[in-house]
Design a protein around this ligand. Structure first.
Ligand code: CP
Ligand code: NVA
Length: 318
């Protein structure tokens, strides 16, 4: 699906004031238009000044890329960011979310939340009167998926009909890849050990959203998953909050390392993606991470461009 440049602003006008809690919140057309605006912002074809708007960051988990890319994106839009970590606000001392969200809505123009339960994010969205953005929950990482598909698009041109194979844990990142991929007409194959599949309701949701006959498949053989794929992707085996399961997960995921042998089964021009942070020698080999197929650092950079586009859209700055 293509959006002509004049059409981007018209399509994205509907996102003014909206939350972004899940990849499924936006339509296929809006998702394509956000990628196009991201491309324009990255290339310098488009500059946007929102005029001193303020983004609040409520992060209950560690972050390098998401935090800094949001901060820089807001600065490039002429705005600023305030750090509202629970450790430094009254949230950490038990002030109720419904009070915090309403108070912050009087100071800020938009909030990005990184937390554990998706329900907590939904509660912020319910109580806040400003847009709330998902900066990662245990269920989804939608800003990440947008950056991932921008990276894939940069290499492959059209995304429709391409195949992305994700090898590893059926986690938040895999969920957003399935949903966003479905909207963009990308076939998404998840290769994971039995017992570590994505949630069945998210698989069903992605299949229901799929455009252009995109196939959403889950399989237990990593070689089957990557065969002929145009993009290979992996993420950590133990996500934030699962640190105690690290050794048990290392045993369960043996054979699911994205290494040279797996890469050899993919399309000869396949690219390699990882949301980072990475554990070399666990979910990805050092050689693949640093190899010619890796687009991992372009992917990290693209977090900035898609979040700048997202902020501009929800703040109505187009
Ligand atoms: N990929 C990602 O979200 O990285 P951070 O945890 O550093 O934000
Ligand atoms: N699945 C990982 C992604 C980190 C960006 C986690 O939730 O920790």
């Amino acid at each position: 699906m293509a959006v002509n440049p004049q059409g981007v602003a018209a399509v994205l006008a509907d996102l003014k004031g909206r939350d972004f809690l899940s990849c499924a919140d936006f339509t296929a057309e809006q998702t394509v238009a956000l990628l196009e605006l991201s491309r324009q912002l990255k290339s310098g074809d488009r500059r946007i000044d929102l005029g001193n708007r303020v983004l609040g960051l409520i992060f209950s988990k560690a972050s390098t890329r998401t935090r800094v890319s949001f901060q820089v994106a807001m600065a490039r839009l002429g705005g600023q960011t305030v750090d509202l970590n629970p450790q430094v606000t009254q949230l950490g001392r038990g002030e109720p979310l419904q009070d915090t969200a309403r108070v912050l809505s009087r100071f800020c123009d938009v909030i990005a939340v990184r937390t554990f339960a998706q329900q907590e994010l939904l509660d912020y969205a319910h109580w806040a009167s400003i847009p709330v953005l998902n900066a990662l929950t245990d269920l989804e990482h939608p800003c990440q998926a947008m950056a991932d598909f921008l990276t894939m698009q940069e290499d492959l041109g059209s995304l429709t009909g391409q195949t992305l194979a994700y090898v590893g844990d059926g986690n938040n990142v895999s969920h957003s890849l399935m949903l966003c991929g479905a909207l963009l007409g990308v076939n998404v194959r998840i290769g994971c050990p039995q017992g570590f599949e994505p949630l069945p309701e998210v698989i069903d949701q992605a299949r229901n959203l799929a455009v252009a006959d995109a196939r959403i498949e889950v399989m237990t053989d990593p070689v089957d998953a990557v065969r002929g794929a145009q993009a290979l992707y992996t993420d950590v085996w133990a996500s934030m909050g699962q640190e105690k399961e690290q050794s048990q997960r290392e045993a369960a995921f043996r054979g699911f390392c994205l290494n040279e042998d797996l890469l050899a089964q993919a399309d000869p021009n396949a690219i390699v993606l990882h949301c980072l942070p990475a554990h070399r020698g666990e979910e990805i080999s050092s050689g693949v991470m640093e190899g010619a197929a890796s687009r991992i650092f372009d992917q990290a950079e693209n977090r900035l461009h898609v979040q700048q586009a997202l902020l501009a859209a929800v703040l109505g700055g187009l």
